[in-house]
Write a protein of this length. Structure first.
Length: 636
């Protein structure tokens, strides 16, 4: 496909060092963009300061600069390379902020560099709290009551008017950096000072608290013809008050009515049209189920952590498509085997995706395990199943914390119902595990809802798992009969966890399961924009396996790095990707197994075949038995 405009050379800004709230998802986005634009015939100049990324490999862009991301160095590179255009919205908040700084310094005008993908004034409308508020008012879209402050004194006055608690949201930051929910004057002074320092423009929005409402996200895409599609509807199972990066969430929305989803989509389309984003945009809303009130919290006029999750949850490569749209292609011009063209796209998967964050509080002595509006997660996993229960339990064992189910974590099972309910007073990384034991100890759904504001349906699903587990434990010392074991596998119980609660060896569970003919099957998720490419997940809800093995080449399986965590992050994704590429060149079929949606290794075309699965003995053995590789690479 030829270039669509008079642009020849494009500068792409990377995301810089890995920080909480901005991690390997931007390496994924930037790498996808480079792939797409080079195929379209553009010359790509990439600037990033992080050597552990795929995007800084010499063969990803035409020219790569590993340099500090600041205005002085960027001007030097622009002066030397003379790019025609700058694509800033694939490098996270770093790219957007730097684009704004370059524009304000007059550097983009000086060298005649056109900003594509998102306009500079659109960045202000999306990121500057005052501009965003004015834009929403003009559209008739409600926001939480708020006022901007440029000093602690101003913030104190506003908080007095709104009433405590209030939320502080610094402008031009990411991951909730510098902000937080504050309950009194002393907390406000501390958090506001931090937020003013964190903000690029030293501005903090003081906002009424809507803690406890439902938090809902839409990933939407717009092109230059104003075609708009919704890629993914995401329901945060944790209510407002927990940052979306920390929140346990599902796709599709499981408890939100079609009427509410339609209202969210209508508002998202109004917003993305007014902000004039070309490509992907994440829109975050709060919904009060009691009154029906819907307010917009914020938008990200760029690819984000949620964009990577939405891409892998649906098979729609948002960053790749966004890069193509930024250069002039439109959705009705991009072919898709399943829908014809991408303007006809609708999310229609018959499966459930669960995202669970990975924290590392244990690494920092004295760090308080408490979740709020400032993101604390260092990584995440994504699991796929036919039901909520199946996907939920796959997510637990994907975390690689030594837990293979929800029960008996830490000492929670030894605590009383009252002690457990006290531990639910504020959100923590252990909240789901504490709820599970509280239900076991007789806590009611209503009691837990009143404390956590997690919706009844999700708590009822967990209560059903607790009841099923208690029934299984009543037959301790033996493998259950076929009906009970089949139901346990349908509901996502792992062999390792069944071994623990039944007090029988794990291999005894597996042997008996195979005798009963209880085995997982695999189903593919179609990749939009391709004719028939897919990646695969396992489920016990299928009688027929839909993962073809039709190659004569010898196979090698690569075990991925799983969730990012402190001490093991993006560098292992880098190694896995290079292993897959090397194996392809040597004539092997490469098979990657991984469960992290933010990585390049879980891109559908990195390996010959991708299994989006937990990295546990049970799950990997099942794939090994099916694919029969000649070898397995574990050290990357």
């Amino acid at each position: 496909m030829p270039k669509l405009n008079d642009i020849n050379k494009i500068l792409i800004i990377g995301s810089g060092p890995i920080i909480i709230g901005q991690a390997c998802e931007f390496d994924y986005s930037g790498t996808q963009a480079c792939k797409a634009l080079r195929k379209l015939g553009y010359e790509i100049v990439l600037v990033n300061s992080n050597p552990a990324t795929i995007m800084t490999d010499p063969d990803v862009a035409d020219k790569t600069y590993i340099e500090p991301l600041n205005v002085t160095r960027l001007e030097q590179i622009i002066d030397k390379e003379r790019p025609d255009a700058l694509l800033p919205n694939l490098g996270g908040q770093s790219g957007l902020n730097l684009c704004s700084e370059l524009s304000q310094a007059g550097i983009l005008d000086k060298y005649g560099v056109k900003v594509i993908g998102v306009q500079v004034d659109a960045i202000e409308r999306g990121e500057d709290r005052i501009e965003f508020k004015n834009t929403m008012n003009s559209l008739g879209i409600e926001m939480p009551r708020s006022h901007e402050a440029y000093s602690v004194e101003e913030a104190l006055k506003i908080a007095d008017e709104l009433g405590y608690p209030v939320v502080l949201r610094p402008a031009y930051t990411m991951g909730g950096a510098g902000g937080g929910l504050v309950y009194n004057v002393d907390e406000l002074k501390t958090v506001c000072e931090r937020g003013l320092q964190a903000s690029l423009v030293h501005q903090v929005l003081v906002e009424e608290s809507i803690s406890g409402w439902e938090e809902l996200e839409l990933e939407v895409v717009r092109d230059a013809k104003n075609n708009k599609i919704t890629v993914c509807f995401i329901e945060n199972i944790d209510p407002i008050g927990v940052h979306t990066g920390d929140s346990f969430c599902s796709a599709p929305m499981l408890t939100i009515s079609e009427d509410v989803q339609a209202k969210l989509q209508e508002a998202s389309y109004k917003i993305i049209e007014a902000i004039e984003v070309i490509g992907g945009c994440n829109c975050q809303f709060a919904h009060d189920p009691k009154t029906g009130r819907i307010v917009v919290i914020e938008i990200n006029p760029r690819t984000s952590r949620s964009s990577a999750l939405a891409s892998k949850a649906t098979g729609f490569p948002i960053a790749l498509v966004s890069a193509m749209l930024a250069c002039g292609l439109t959705l009705d011009e991009i072919e898709c085997g399943k829908y014809g063209t991408l303007d006809k796209y609708v999310p229609d998967g018959d499966y459930v995706v669960i995202k669970f964050a990975r924290w590392a509080f244990e690494k920092f002595k004295g760090a308080e395990d408490k979740l709020g509006t400032q993101m604390r997660a260092v990584g995440e996993v994504m699991s796929i199943g036919k039901t909520y229960k199946e996907a939920f339990q796959k997510a637990i064992r994907s975390l690689e914390t030594g837990r293979y189910g929800l029960g008996f974590a830490k000492n929670f099972n030894s605590l009383s119902k009252e002690e457990l309910l006290m531990k639910l007073a504020y959100p923590t990384s252990e909240r789901q595990f504490i709820i599970y034991e509280a239900l076991r100890k007789g806590a009611s759904i209503d009691e837990i809802y009143e404390i956590t504001k997690i919706k009844h349906w999700f708590l009822e699903q967990m209560k059903e798992l607790v009841d099923e587990e208690e029934a299984l434990m009543a037959k301790k010392g033996e493998v259950p009969a076929k009906p009970e074991l089949l139901q346990a596998k349908l509901d996502g119980f792992s062999d390792r966890y069944l071994s623990k609660i039944l007090d029988v060896p794990e291999d005894a569970i597996r042997v008996k399961r195979y005798e009963y003919g209880i085995k997982e099957a695999w189903e593919g998720i179609h990749v939009s924009g391709t004719k028939d490419a897919s990646y695969y997940y396992s489920t016990y809800h299928l009688s027929e396996d839909n993962s073809p093995c039709n190659t004569d080449r010898p196979k090698i399986m690569i075990l991925g790095g799983g969730p990012n965590r402190i001490g093991q992050g993006i560098e292992f994704d880098y190694c896995c990707v290079h292993a897959a590429l090397a194996l392809k060149k040597l004539g092997f079929e490469s098979i990657i197994v991984n469960c992290n949606p933010e990585t390049v290794s879980t891109d559908y075309d990195t390996s010959d075949k991708l299994y989006f699965e937990p990295l546990t003995l049970e799950d990997v053995l099942a794939i090994h038995e099916k694919e029969k590789p000649v070898g397995v690479i574990a050290q990357f």
